[in-house]
Design a protein around this ligand. Structure first.
Ligand SMILES: Nc1ncnc2c1ncn2[C@@H]1O[C@H](COP(=O)(O)OP(=O)(O)OP(=O)(O)O)[C@@H](O)[C@H]1O
Length: 729
């Protein structure tokens, strides 16, 4: 990292040196304290770990000799020590991270009353020195706060404040001048006297600059021009104001974030999780947050961010993993088939119908109708209960009375009523012949016209003239597109509380929300009753569906709020401009970071394509970049190319089964590249044969927007019509 090159003002050179000198001295002092704290916390972590181990060994040795209550107590003590050891280890790890970079910013704030009384403005020159925090005309020192990834306290004094603390909002939301933040005791108004970027790497001060908007633009540009990695990184030092508003939005319910490609949605969602974990400690823990992401490789790619921010990793599911989990004991789920690979037109048609809003809405309405009083699924007949008979009409009336309770619970309630009635009528004479509630419930279940979720789904399809839509992929295995409709049917039986996977989740993050079919949104909305953050881009569709505005997605989540992010940060201006011409996105703002123009290469045939790939690999190596994504339209083509390219270069193919993002050179389909980013991208076969339809236009948009710094577009004879009005070299 180098210091921003923004010209400083007249006497700035001296001032800059003064600032750096003072900040260097401050850093040395803080690092000294952190070093002592690391040594202490290391010793504490070792001691607690040792106590835990000893207690475990003792418990194991005395097993069998302890009375049950003693054993219970020891186990309890062991758990306590275990938790203590985990806390100590975590705090030690955090402190160790502080050694490399204890903070990244500093704000000097003068409370409103003081500022008003002394007529103080935002005048950083009035400072007595960077370390002291300076004085303002008329005296009175502003409160100086250093902001880092985690808080650090020394002798009961806050040395570094967490980026999520209320005071840190000053750094993200205000320029020097009038400012305010929400302190625990209420709003504090006053003046932000100074805002400073302080870059520290490996314990050394790289630069310290008082921040104006041009400095911050450059700090951002620098962050964006770095080389990409096999893991996504935190962006705490350069979160933008519009992003901060989303991260710190604490209103309950569902937040839907529609953002253009590269607007930082995934980064924001992860920072938001870290923020909520910090702010809502008593309500949320890493065990109660879950992230739904498009693929396993994506889960791996984002897995480093929360630990970087000092939080434990949270549970993460791919969409397929979640569907399989929710359908455990009901059906297996066939893998999703990529639309770009689909050769079976009938199957594609089936999938297309099940991906529509209309299908989801008709299923949801049909299920609601069946669950409502008067639903026609329960066809009771007289039922002997002990010495009594529960009459069909009475059973039907009880069943209706409990509407809209889910079927399983409702049958249980009716069974309970029938037992109570029979006991009452027979005065206990038939106690020996009384069935259990459970037995009665299964007899009642036999009176349902659909006895399980799959039968219910079949009945829905039959009732609405769509029976041809269901083809089992194999025995007991449904096609991917049937999985969430089937989850909805399971929900009608069990209700939201009947899914072990959903129950512990108190905040659900759904990344790439456009990947979820309307039926999937409806199912997730009904099963997960917790707060949710959804994020995605309606333009990044990779399954052939028609783009729907985020409001359509939000309509599945009662009371959901929608925010839009329009600035694209990932790619250079030149790449974003090209993407914008392929798919005009109204309101998109390309961040001003320039690079070379995308390169277009006519290749003629496969041999020419491979030669051009070789040249692109050579250029990428020479540039010293870390990741190169070679992107084919379909999974099938990606596999073929990986084999061919792999004969010359070391490459990794990304498939649905890939669970670690390898970095280096990867070959992948557009579908699996979505959400990822590469220093440079090479698009294979970007011609009219491959990219011709509207659905293909969206694929092309996704592929182009994966590139951060460089883009090479290879085509055989003529480029795709979506690229033709683009100037070519
Ligand atoms: N404020 C920021 N400071 C530094 N880097 C940022 C900032 N915002 C976004 N970025 C970077 O921009 C890139 C895109 O971010 P991210 O992947 O979160 O975007 P996205 O909206 O989820 O993208 P897509 O929808 O295209 O997959 C990442 O490299 C991220 O680090």
């Amino acid at each position: 990292m180098t210091a921003p090159t923004t010209p400083l003002r007249a006497n700035d050179h001296h001032q800059a040196n003064d600032i750096e000198e003072a900040e260097r001295a401050h850093l040395t002092a803080v690092l000294g304290q952190v070093r002592v704290a690391v040594a202490r916390s290391g010793a504490l972590a070792a001691r607690t770990e040792e106590s835990h181990r000893e207690a475990g060994a003792q418990l194991a040795a005395s097993r069998g000799e302890l009375a049950p209550e003693e054993a219970h107590l020891s186990a309890f003590e062991l758990n306590r020590l275990d938790a203590q050891a985990a806390v100590a280890a975590r705090s030690h790890r955090r402190l160790e991270k502080l050694l490399a970079s204890p903070y990244f910013a500093r704000v000097d704030f003068l409370d409103g009353d003081d500022a008003a009384a002394r007529g103080a403005g935002a005048d950083p020159d009035a400072s007595a020195g960077p370390d002291a925090g300076g004085t303002v005309p008329g005296g009175g020192a502003p409160e100086v706060t250093y902001i880092g990834r985690f808080a650090f306290t020394w002798e009961n004094k806050a040395v570094v404040s967490d980026w999520r603390s209320p005071v840190a909002a000053l750094f993200y939301d205000f320029e020097p001048g009038p400012a305010a933040f929400q302190a625990p005791a209420g709003e504090r108004r006053g003046t932000l006297v100074r805002k400073r970027q302080v870059a520290v790497e490996v314990g050394r001060l790289v630069y310290a600059v008082d921040s104006s908007s041009s400095v911050r633009d450059e700090v951002l540009a620098q962050a964006l021009s770095r080389s990409s990695d096999a893991k996504m990184h935190d962006i705490v030092a350069s979160i933008q104001r519009e992003q901060n508003a989303v991260i710190r939005d604490e209103a309950p319910g569902t937040l839907v974030i529609q953002g253009v490609a590269g607007s930082g949605k995934t980064s924001i969602a992860l920072h938001r999780v870290a923020y909520l974990l910090y702010r809502q400690k008593e309500r949320l823990s890493s065990q109660s947050v879950a992230i739904l992401s498009p693929s396993r490789v994506f889960s791996d790619y984002i897995s480093g961010v929360l630990p970087e921010l000092g939080e434990e990793p949270v549970r993460s599911w791919s969409l397929h993993e979640l569907a399989s989990l929710l359908l455990e004991g009901i059906a297996k789920v066939a893998p999703a088939r990529s639309f770009a690979d689909e050769a079976d037109a009938v199957r594609a048609e089936r999938a297309q119908v099940k991906g529509t809003e209309k299908f989801a809405q008709s299923l949801a309405a049909w299920l609601d109708g069946q669950l409502a009083a008067g639903g026609a699924l329960f066809e009771p007949h007289d039922l002997p209960v002990g010495g009594d008979v529960a009459e069909a009409a009475w059973l039907a009336e009880r069943f209706s009375a409990y509407a809209p309770v889910p079927f399983e619970e409702r049958l249980d309630l009716v069974a309970g009523d029938a037992l109570e009635l029979a006991h009452g009528k027979t005065f206990g004479r038939y106690a020996h012949a009384m069935p259990t509630r459970r037995e009665l419930r299964s007899r009642l279940l036999r009176m349902m016209r659909a006895k399980n979720p799959l039968a219910l789904y079949r009945r829905f399809l039959a009732d609405t003239g769509r029976s041809a839509l269901l083809k089992m992929a194999a025995r007991g295995t449904v096609e991917w597109e049937d999985s969430f409709p089937l989850v909805l049917c399971a929900w009608a039986f069990r209700g939201a509380d009947g899914f072990a996977a959903a129950a512990p989740v108190r905040h659900l993050v759904i990344d790439e929300m456009q990947d979820l079919s309307p039926a999937a949104h409806e199912a997730v909305s009904r099963l997960f009753r917790c707060d949710k953050t959804l994020l995605g881009d309606a333009n990044q569709l990779v399954d052939g569906r028609v783009a729907a505005p985020p409001e359509t997605v939000a309509a599945h989540y009662p009371g959901a709020r929608v925010v839009r992010l329009m600035t694209s940060y990932r790619s250079t201006f030149e790449i974003t401009e090209l993407a914008r011409r392929v798919l005009p996105v109204g309101g998109l703002v390309a961040v001003e970071r320039h690079g070379e123009d995308p390169r277009f290469v006519r290749c003629g045939d496969t041999a020419g394509m491979l030669a051009a790939v070789g040249a692109a690999v050579g250029r990428w190596r020479a540039a010293g970049r870390r990741t190169l994504g070679i992107i084919a339209k379909s999974d099938f083509l990606a596999a073929r190319y990986a084999e061919l390219i792999g004969r010359v270069h070391e490459v990794a193919l990304i498939t649905d089964e890939t669970d670690t993002y390898p970095g280096g050179i990867v070959v992948t389909s557009v579908r699996l590249a979505k959400g990822l980013e590469f220093d440079e991208a090479v698009l294979l076969d970007a011609d009219g044969r491959q990219y011709a339809t509207e659905a293909d236009r969206h694929l092309l948009y996704v592929a182009l927007t994966r590139a951060m710094h460089g883009l090479t577009i290879l085509y055989r004879d003529e480029p795709s019509p979506f690229l033709v009005d683009v100037p070519r070299g």
